[in-house]
Design a protein around this ligand. Structure first.
Ligand code: FAD
Length: 1011
């Protein structure tokens, strides 16, 4: 063992010795809290229910509500005995149990929250000062949804600073040495509380908004000789926080101010790079600064998010990796002590002992760095460190319970975490030797942690992974493509450069493609940029009836061979298309930004969806392709299988210009049909790009044909064509119903019944329950209603609020809408861009006029760009279900708010339209959630999240009633609409002799063999 390792052990043992002198259980508050935490550690399901209950409790106002929730959360699933007394009491004396519970949970929160307000917290701070423990104070309330909230938060910070400075004027430094490095007053700030529109793709915008809010605080802190620390939040905020820190503290005014600090999270794989860059910056700046090194508080969130997205996790997956990295970064900090003051935010005796031992080895005086620990946690360790003569500072959150809930739940998770140091030491009595082991010895090459699995056991089961299909066969796996993360500078740069390149190609002309040949016509249709209509993104050749006829002939001619081509070959074709889409991802996203006004992340999501459609349908075709035995019967075998229908006519809208066109076309082609695809007249360039992708993938001539032109001319002609067998349409109700009707008429010479896949619009509703998390409900509602200007068929159009909640939601909703960034989506971080064209612009403005007559205009944005088809986000209140704005599809950034008595009426209103596409519900009542799941009339029902953003394979998408024919794009039934089923039966007995067994699958019936 090296000298350093021996010293670490020595230090660690000394800490334990001091801790054991005044032992304190992990859960220092006896009674209710202790019992619940102990139960949580024994039963993961109980823990989940408990934390959910704790989360909702502060927002419940009546005792009866508390009791109902208690019952809902704990009566089922065998938890009755665990919380038996509570549940029984709640039935006998609901008023009493409601109060007791609230009191108990408040007590639980008080364990971690140092005070409700600045006055309140002073008592705690004084007590700690007497114990030689310093403080850093944090105002609870991260993740604001509006600028009004953010400004209020900034003002409260300034107040807090004044108060703390006044009250601690005469406080001396506890060590009386190097005190100039450690001001008494220390504030911790979170950027997500100071700006509501932070978008990782646009650090410049975030900094431009955050810096002016921070400067007055920093200025005053400097005058008052206080210290300001930037806390670190989720990974999405990390680069912006670092950038902001460097920008602001390089400014002339703050360049020579040493009392600024930032957090580095050792659980991040890129934390060492960040720290080294920060130190390089600090050296160039020439003034000291501080770093609080922590492991990180968002591990569960980061791993869940990356697993949902199928992307690489930014955090280490083995706990000892984070521990080892913490030690490595401790060394980096100490080796650069001349410019950076270190603070170690940890409760782990090994991590702490490492810092102590290394400081000694490097000759760094113990008064030149500090240990920071959280209020309400690891009291004995704090006392031990003081005793050992170290600097100790406590992180003290201040605020009310409601805004503090996210913080409280993070602490509860930390205390009960399987892998946490505190639980191991104070609840499970793991041996000192084990707790002080070098974490590097514990890292396992196979990725599994010896202290337990780094990823919950369930998640390791393939079936619970993002990439797993529950029906996968023969090793064939469908995996969603991850979304591009614009957190990374590299992604931002790639997108900027793709936009520049796309601009250079403005005005290019795109041909039709028929039977593998490029076809030019005399007419060219321009496609314009809705943000700047004088800019022509490209021209598409306009097909007329002759080209439409030619396309049908080509498709029909290609059908024979293609329909006999093995499904594996067809699946590989669409998979190659997916690979090409992936390769050209940024280029295609950039074209969408210009041609249909999509914000960056929405454009990227569209290309991702196209990739997913290709891979998912390839996967599904392999599942459906082989003839399958219907029953095992001696002497007879019957195989059920599918044939393609013939020529498919694919008609797509402009709002998902590549994804929807690609989804319908790839489904047609992979199932053995041949297809003619017609893009929307507003998104010809995107359509032409998709055709290029399929050509490069090697689609045989005639199998896929590209026909841009007017719906009223070629569209109508092909829908009625006797040789078109299948129509796949996504678009407006008006056109959809016409197609449905025309396709029902048999034309002379027609030999097949036409099959119509018809997906139309919606009038989507979201209900907000009385106990909903209002921050989430408002944030998601705003995104669902105004993201991509409300032009998704899934967009929220009717927000239904219960009377009880109405004022509280509206108080947040209007300021949140007023904070939205409206502008040219070429800029990163814009959420609301232009609507698609002049006709849409006029139609939506007309609806706004109707709304003004029918209801009350509650909000309308004042500033939108003067050029381009920009409509100000608009909210109407006093909307009644029978009004036009509550019934008709507007397809723009217009939201109607309807007030209802209770959930019964909410459901009645939500279901009272012609449409049934998407719908949503915000609630934390399990009983109400169950009811809405059962009763809300929508093809896609979303609980506690946005009602847009369906993911292929995960959220098969499509509605019923006047929203569509019940087909589900990206779902397991979808391909069946492109196929006709067939059964072949053979008597296999000869003279009473029968084969013993018949195999479940056969290879395809292929004739003539195309090879
Ligand atoms: C004063 C103070 C301020 C803080 N400020 C911030 C802040 O601004 N931002 C922030 O994010 N955190 C912050 N933290 C850290 C956070 O809140 C946790 O307290 C801290 O991560 C716990 O680490 P530990 O060393 O005390 O405990 P340990 O039990 O040794 O470590 C637990 C930590 O290990 C990591 N971990 C857990 N499981 C795994 C796994 N399977 N694989 C990899 N890593 C894993 C997680 O980071 C987890 O929190 C702060 C902590 C303190 C004490």
């Amino acid at each position: 063992m090296t000298a350093l390792q021996s010293e670490i052990k020595l230090r660690g043992r000394r800490i334990f010795e001091l801790v054991d002198k005044h032992p304190e259980p992990l859960l220092s508050k006896a009674g209710f809290y202790q019992r619940l935490m102990a139960l949580s550690m024994r039963d993961e399901r109980f823990k989940a229910q408990l934390f959910r209950f704790v989360d909702v409790l502060p927002s419940l106002r009546r005792s009866s509500e508390i009791v109902e929730h208690l019952d809902d959360y704990f009566s089922d699933d065998g938890f009755g005995p665990l919380v038996g007394v509570g549940v029984r009491l709640s039935r006998i004396a609901p008023w009493l149990s409601g109060r007791i519970l609230r009191w108990n949970v408040s007590g639980m929160a008080r364990q971690f929250i140092a005070g409700r307000n600045p006055d309140d917290v002073m008592a705690t701070l004084r007590k700690r000062h007497a114990q030689k423990i310093g403080f850093t104070v944090d105002l609870l309330g991260e993740g604001v949804v509006s600028e009004a909230q953010a400004n209020e938060y900034a003002a409260r910070y300034l107040d807090l600073l004044e108060k703390l400075a006044r009250e601690t004027k005469n406080w001396a430094d506890p060590l009386g040495k190097n005190s100039e490095l450690f001001p008494v007053v220390n504030l911790s700030v979170k950027i997500s509380a100071l700006y509501s529109q932070i978008n990782p793709a646009d650090p410049a915008d975030a900094i431009a908004h955050l810096a002016p809010k921070l400067r007055p605080l920093l200025r005053r802190a400097r005058e008052l000789a206080a210290f300001i620390n930037f806390d670190m939040e989720s990974y999405a905020h990390k680069n912006i926080t670092l950038e902001l820190f460097k920008t602001i503290f390089t400014e002339e005014e703050f360049k020579d101010w040493p009392h600024a600090g930032i957090v580095i999270q050792a659980y991040l794989r890129d934390s060492e790079t960040d720290l080294r860059e920060l130190i390089g910056w600090g050296r160039a700046r020439g003034t000291r600064f501080a770093v609080r090194l922590v492991k990180g508080a968002y591990w569960d969130y980061e791993t869940t998010k990356s697993r949902q997205n199928g992307s690489h996790s930014p955090v280490f997956l083995q706990k000892p990796e984070s521990d080892a990295n913490f030690e490595a970064l401790t060394r980096v900090l100490f080796e650069n002590e001349s410019v950076v003051t270190a603070a170690f935010g940890s409760h782990n005796a090994r991590s702490i002992a490492y810092a102590q031992a290394l400081a000694d080895e490097l000759g760094i005086d113990r008064s030149r760095f500090e240990f920071q620990l959280l209020y309400g946690m690891a009291g004995p360790i704090k006392r031990a460190l003081v005793k050992m003569g170290y600097r100790v500072r406590e992180y003290c959150p201040v605020g009310e319970l409601l805004p503090g809930m996210a913080y409280l739940v993070r602490r509860l998770l930390e205390n009960t975490s399987n892998e946490g140091f505190l639980r191991a030491k104070f609840a499970e009595n793991v041996s000192e030797e084990e707790l002080l082991r070098d974490p590097r010895e514990l890292i396992r090459a196979d990725g599994a942690s010896p202290l337990g699995s780094p990823i919950p056991a369930k998640a390791q089961d393939r079936r619970y992974q993002n990439d797993a299909s529950l029906r996968a066969q023969r090793g064939d796996i469908f995996k969603n493509a991850p979304l591009v993360s614009f957190v990374y500078k590299e992604s931002q740069d790639k997108m900027q450069s793709a936009l520049r390149e796309a601009r250079k190609r403005f005005g290019e002309k795109y041909p039709l493609v028929i039977g593998g040949e490029k076809v030019w016509t005399n007419e060219l249709t321009p496609s314009v940029n809705p943000s700047a209509p004088e800019e022509i993104v490209g021209y598409g050749s306009e097909a007329g009836i002759p080209e439409a006829e030619r396309a049908v002939k080509a498709a029909r001619a290609a059908f024979g061979k293609w329909s006999w081509t093995p499904f594996e070959e067809r699946a590989r074709l669409v998979e190659r298309a997916a690979d090409i889409l992936e390769r050209r991802r940024y280029e295609l996203s950039a074209i969408e930004v210009f041609e249909v006004g999509k914000p960056w992340n929405e454009a990227d999501a569209d290309i991702r969806e196209a990739i997913d459609f290709c891979r998912f349908y390839a996967h599904e075709m392999r599942r459906l392709g082989r003839p399958k035995l219907t029953q095992q019967v001696p002497g007879e075998e019957s195989y059920h299988h599918y044939w393609p229908r013939g020529v498919a006519f694919v008609i797509a809208p402009w709002n998902f210009p590549i994804a929807i066109l690609c989804g319908m076309a790839s489904a047609a082609v992979v199932t053995g049909n041949t297809a003619i695809m017609k893009p929307s007249e507003q998104s010809i360039v995107c359509g032409a790009m998709l055709m290029q992708v399929f050509e490069e993938a090697g689609v045989p001539p005639g199998v896929l044909n590209f026909l841009s032109g007017r719906g009223s001319v070629i569209g109508a002609h092909l829908v009625d064509h006797k040789d078109v067998n299948l129509i796949a349409f996504t678009g407006s109700r008006e056109v959809g119903l016409r197609i449905w009707q025309s396709a029902g008429v048999t034309q002379p010479g027609q030999r097949e019944l036409k099959h119509v896949i018809c997906e139309m619009g919606g009038k989507n509703a979201m209900i907000v329950d009385a106990d909903a998390d209002l921050g989430e409900a408002v944030g998601y509602s705003i995104y669902s209603a105004f993201g991509y200007q409300g032009q998704k068929c899934s967009a929220l159009s009717r927000l239904i609020l219960l009377e009880e909640n109405y004022n509280r939601v509206m108080e947040r909703l209007i300021p949140a809408a007023a904070s939205l960034r409206v502008g040219n989506p070429e800029e990163p971080g814009i959420m609301v861009g232009p609507v698609i064209d002049e006709a849409a612009y006029r139609r939506i403005l007309d609806y706004i006029e109707i709304g003004k007559k029918e209801a009350t205009l509650a909000y309308q944005a004042k500033e939108v760009p003067p050029q381009g088809y920009f409509i100000p986000p608009t909210i109407f209140t006093d909307v009644k279900p029978n009004m036009r704005i509550a019934r008709e599809e507007i397809f723009g950034p217009v939201l109607s708010v309807l007030k209802v008595r209770d959930l019964d009426e909410a459901l009645e209103v939500a279901n009272g339209t012609d449409y049934a596409l998407t719908g949503g519900f915000f609630s934390r009542s399990p009983a109400n959630i169950d009811r809405v799941k059962a009763q809300l009339e929508a093809g896609n029902v979303y609980i506690n999240r946005s009602c847009t953003g369906a993911v292929v394979g995960r959220h098969p998408f499509g509605g019923f009633k006047m929203s569509g024919g019940g087909t589900k794009a990206g779902g397991e039934d979808y391909l069946l609409h492109f196929l006709v089923p067939r059964v072949v039966t053979e008597n296999t007995s000869r003279l009473g002799l029968v084969p013993e067994e018949t195999s479940e699958y056969r290879d395809e019936f292929l004739w003539p063999n195309p090879k």
